[in-house]
Every structure is written in structure tokens, then in C-alpha cells.
Design a protein around this ligand. Structure first.
Ligand SMILES: [Zn+2]
Length: 171
């Protein structure tokens, strides 16, 4: 999570005070808040509205949820080996980009909302740029398997579709 955060903050040049305003948590299957996701989804980011105790001001609260079973299945299918760290950095970076775009960039421009497919494609490209900036030996195979092979809407048959890297409920 730290690496995905740092890479995203660096890419968007987000000042620390702005980042601290961003409220989110991360849940995995072990957490009681975890809910089953579609099998094709590796993770999702969800906007949960949270009202401050004063009742006057509300702040947005986001939840990133990992779909542990699908992550393990995809890792096994793609022979990623026992070390899932780079794969998780990839997934979390993708979700972080969703989060940043939902929270700040798109907030002021609701009228030019992208369709879910366009937004997914945009996020997919940004996440790729973020992760390609300082590619390490471990990240390279992840990028080639999940991030470069196909545009999100044109998955090659038999290959994991990057479009399903996250199902996200933008509520
Ligand atoms: Zn996504």
C-alpha cells in the first residue's frame, strides 16, 4: 500500500496536506466489512459517504476492497510465483488512481464525466505510466502481463482482461 501511495502521490504531485484530506481504508477478505465481488474483479474502490459527528459538514470516505480469491486465482493462472508484492502494488496503484480521480479531479467536473469504460481506460493508462516510471525487475513481468498486452476493451481471448482489474462501484 505504501509503495502504491507514494508512486501515485509523486505522479500527481499531491501535497501532503491534500493527501491527508483523503480518507480511505483497505479491506481484505479477513475484514468483517468485506463483501463478495464479481469473480472477474480483482479489487474495487467505493465511495462511502461519511457524516462528521457535528452533522454540519460531511466528508467523503472511500473504501478499497481487495478480491482476495480472484487475486490468488489470477496470480496462479499467470504463474506469478509466491511473491505477490508487485502484483498487489499494481492492483493498489490502479485503485489509488481511481480514488484520486474520484476525489479531486472529477469532483469539479461532473459535467464532463467519462463513461465507466472510458474512465477505466484512462485509469489503466495512468497506472501504467506510474508503474513504468521506476520499473523494477519484479514489476516488469506484471506490466507486460496485465498492463500492456491489451487495451481494456479489447482483451485477447484466453488472456486475463485488464479491464477486469477492478470493478468499481462509483456510488
Ligand atoms: Zn479500474
Amino acid at each position: 500500500m505504501d509503495e502504491a501511495e507514494e508512486r501515485t502521490i509523486h505522479y500527481y504531485c499531491i501535497p501532503p496536506y491534500r493527501w491527508q484530506q483523503l480518507r480511505y481504508d483497505l479491506v481484505t477478505r479477513r475484514d468483517c466489512e468485506w463483501e463478495p465481488l464479481p469473480e472477474a474483479a480483482l479489487a474495487q474502490v467505493q465511495l462511502l459517504q461519511q457524516v462528521r459527528p457535528s452533522g454540519k459538514a460531511s466528508c467523503d470516505f472511500y473504501r478499497i476492497q481487495l478480491n482476495d480469491p480472484s487475486i490468488l486465482i489470477a496470480a496462479h493462472r499467470e504463474n506469478l510465483g509466491p511473491d505477490l508484492y508487485p502484483f498487489l502494488v499494481y492492483i493498489l496503484t490502479h485503485e489509488m488512481v481511481h480514488l484520486v480521480r474520484l476525489s479531486t479531479i472529477l469532483r469539479d467536473d461532473r459535467e464532463i464525466r467519462l463513461s465507466p469504460a472510458e474512465e477505466e481506460s484512462r485509469v489503466y493508462n495512468v497506472a501504467h505510466r506510474i508503474l513504468s516510471r521506476a520499473p523494477d525487475r519484479q514489476m516488469a513481468p506484471i506490466l507486460s502481463k496485465f498492463c500492456l498486452a491489451n487495451p481494456p476493451d479489447l482483451p485477447a481471448s484466453g488472456q486475463f482482461s485488464p479491464a477486469s482489474a477492478s470493478a468499481f462501484s462509483h456510488r
